[in-house]
Write a protein that binds this ligand. Structure first.
Ligand code: NDP
Length: 273
């Protein structure tokens, strides 16, 4: 039976991927921070991707050869770029970027042994940057850049590297988005809160709209299963409502126009007196 490690497998997309791969007969190692959250049929591996000790222990918790790694664990730090503290940015990058790189490095010897595959869960936010989520966008752009380099670097060992790029998915990220935004707004200095109150109000409305246009975690899990079964995995797999169309449309739209569309769509006024 092929084997896979999935990070952040206790909830959301990671859990759906784990369940899907269990149903397809994979031996699934579920990277979780709480053992009790591992999906049925998986082997839990305690893994906070930012914890050096967990990373050091990781290879010992896995078989000597591993067929696939799915880097899924991720968080969203929201708020205007002007209001991001160094700590905000660090925590965003610690999980979504440094964690992903560290987990990959820890298991690469095992992947080499099996000529395995790597799937990073990126995002459409790694292809199109939108206001009020600059930190998250930057982390997902970083994932794309790292994957592009890795894909070429790891080719000599036959290890493929693919990025699955979901649009909005119905998970806690969007369910909790109003409270995440409220927390981010509250943590801003009073003067920054005042300056950005139109943006914050616009983002609140955008969240309600986006919550109605999500796809299920199972849709993303199905795409990951496709990547793992593909004869020649592709570099990128956009997935979700209109994902491909959005990428094509944004690639042919001049930046000045795209900026205006995104500002209007997120309730950001053209001028603040
Ligand atoms: P959820 O918030 O539902 O789940 C996030 C997962 O990441 C949880 O399993 C969580 O574990 C885990 N996680 C968070 N921090 C760490 C950490 N330090 N170490 C290990 N695990 C951690 O989000 P999603 O399922 O939606 O997100 C999964 C991935 O999909 C992320 O990379 C996200 O960026 C990406 N994505 C999501 C989209 C969406 O619209 N939902 C769209 C595009 C991409 P725990 O349960 O312990 O907190």
């Amino acid at each position: 039976m092929p084997s896979v490690l999935i990070t952040g497998a206790g909830r959301g997309i990671g859990r759906a991927i784990a369940q899907r791969l269990v149903s397809e007969g994979w031996t699934v190692f579920a990277g979780v921070r709480d053992e009790g959250s591992a999906p049925p049929g998986t082997s839990p591996v305690i893994l906070d991707v930012t914890d050096p000790q967990h990373l050091a222990d990781l290879p010992g918790a896995l078989p000597e050869s591993l067929d696939a790694l799915v880097n899924n664990a991720g968080i969203v730090v929201s708020g205007p770029v002007e209001g991001l503290s160094p700590q905000d940015l660090r925590s965003q990058f610690d999980v979504n970027v440094l964690g992903l790189v560290a987990v990959t490095a820890a298991v690469l010897p095992l992947l080499r042994a099996a000529t395995g595959r790597i799937v990073h869960i990126g995002s459409l936010s790694g292809r199109i940057s939108t206001p009020m989520t600059g930190a998250y966008n930057a982390s997902k752009y970083a994932v794309e850049a790292l994957a592009d380099a890795q894909r070429i670097e790891l080719r000599p060992w036959g290890i493929s590297v693919s990025v699955v790029e979901p649009g909005p998915v119905d998970t806690d990220i969007w369910r909790d988005a109003p409270s995440t935004l409220a927390r981010a707004a509250k943590s801003l200095a009073r003067s920054t809160q005042d300056l950005y109150s139109p943006h914050i109000g616009g983002m609140r409305r955008t969240i309600r709209f986006v919550q109605r246009s999500t796809v299920s975690s199972e849709t993303i899990a199905e795409k990951v299963a496709t990547v793992l079964a593909a004869r020649r995995p592709r570099a990128r797999y956009p997935v979700g409502r209109g994902a491909r169309l959005q990428l094509v449309a944004t690639s042919v739209t001049p930046t000045w126009l795209l900026d205006r569309v995104l500002a209007a769509g997120t309730g950001i006024p053209a001028r603040i007196p």
